[in-house]
Design a protein around this ligand. Structure first.
Ligand code: ADP
Ligand code: MG
Length: 328
């Protein structure tokens, strides 16, 4: 049975998202009208983010549909997390080469399962024919004085990263068919999942709100994104590579290249942030309830350099993170 645009939206997106819309209680009008109407709580500010995934550019052709749905929202939740915001609502722009019900079922499942876990409601979108492209606009809420941003770090601040950077880039290599004889099945699955199903650090971002002096999410590579944070703050940064929290799976997969993967690999969706040393104890107490590991990996420095050191010796690395339009 051919499925029209209206039936497609209703079956795969409006109906499955309805419970979440009602549960929030602040979506006056959701999917079905010309625009969504949302109730803003008094005294809070809106944080708006948008990220697009293009097949063949942000994920390999033939990726599991659940992963495409999950990642489309996860990358946006990660941006909200980096601002210290609480996720509230999102819009979905979907460009599809064809109406494939089996694909849509699995895509919507990946998308809406992650949404339900973060109480973020799908309130609208757009559906067109075209090459597979998924764009999400997410809206979050923050108490104005507690918002996090990239500028704000000072020389001497401690630099932290969540989770284990570098896994996702190894997972992507595996997803693209790389043979990796050195890893077992569980390690292989861990790395693949770290690419296909990144965990946006939303709870951590909110715990850091009002405490971290600066924060960024790591999408282009840890060194590049720490460098952006430092640059926005008018400082330099030094990463001590011996302190990088490399996963067992990444070490097994990448061996001597694990440090480079952690510094330069993309798609981690971890948070990289800074805290003044005198507030490190406060960080520890705030982290008590947060379900992800956080590791101190270096410091903000005077100047503008982005450096990596191993036992005091400079570690060379390529600073450039991913750039869609690299200068020639
Ligand atoms: P319009 O022609 O006014 O742009 P559409 O027919 O594109 O409206 O969309 C109808 C309704 O369905 C709108 O409320 C829109 O926000 C919603 N919508 C369209 N595509 C999606 C989608 N992929 N996910 C969620 N909501 C969608
Ligand atoms: Mg439209």
């Amino acid at each position: 049975m051919a499925l029209g645009e209206f039936e497609l939206i209703d079956r795969f997106f409006r109906q499955p998202a309805e419970a979440a819309r009602i549960a929030r209680g602040d979506v006056v009008l959701g999917i079905g009208d010309d625009g969504a109407v949302l109730d803003l709580p008094a005294g809070r500010q809106l944080v708006a983010v948008l990220d697009t995934l293009v097949e063949g550019r942000h994920f390999p052709p033939g990726s599991p549909p659940e992963s495409i749905g999950h990642r489309a929202l996860a990358v946006n939740l990660s941006d909200l997390a980096a601002m210290g915001a609480e996720p509230a609502w999102f819009l979905l722009s979907l460009s599809l080469p064809e109406v494939d019900a089996a694909f849509l079922e699995r895509f919507a499942d990946g998308l809406l399962t992650l949404a339900a876990g973060h109480r973020i409601a799908l309130v609208g979108g757009d559906t067109t024919a075209g090459s597979l492209t998924v764009s999400v606009t997410a809206l979050g809420l923050v108490d104005a004085p507690r918002v996090l941003h990239r500028a704000g770090a000072r020389a001497g601040d401690l630099l932290y990263v969540s989770g284990s950077p570098g896994d996702a880039t190894a997972g992507l290599s595996l997803a693209m068919g790389e043979e990796a004889p050195g890893i077992d099945a569980a390690q292989r699955q861990w790395l693949l999942d770290r690419f296909h199903f990144p965990t946006p650090r939303v709870q951590l971002g909110q715990a850091l709100a009002g405490l971290a002096s600066a924060c960024i999410d790591v999408s282009d590579g840890l060194a590049a994104d720490a460098g952006k944070l430092a640059h926005a703050s008018g400082c330099g940064v030094c990463i001590e590579t011996d302190r990088l929290p490399l996963s067992v799976a990444l070490r097994a997969h990448s061996g001597a290249l694990a440090t480079q993967r952690a510094l330069c690999g993309g798609d981690d969706y971890e948070l990289c942030f800074t805290v003044p040393p005198e507030r490190a104890d406060e960080l520890a107490s705030r982290l008590a309830d947060v379900q992800c590991a956080v590791t101190c990996i270096g410091r903000i420095e005077p100047g503008t350099a982005v450096r990596a050191l191993a036992g005091g010796v400079p570690v060379p690395f390529a600073l450039h993170g991913h750039d869609h339009f690299p200068a020639r």
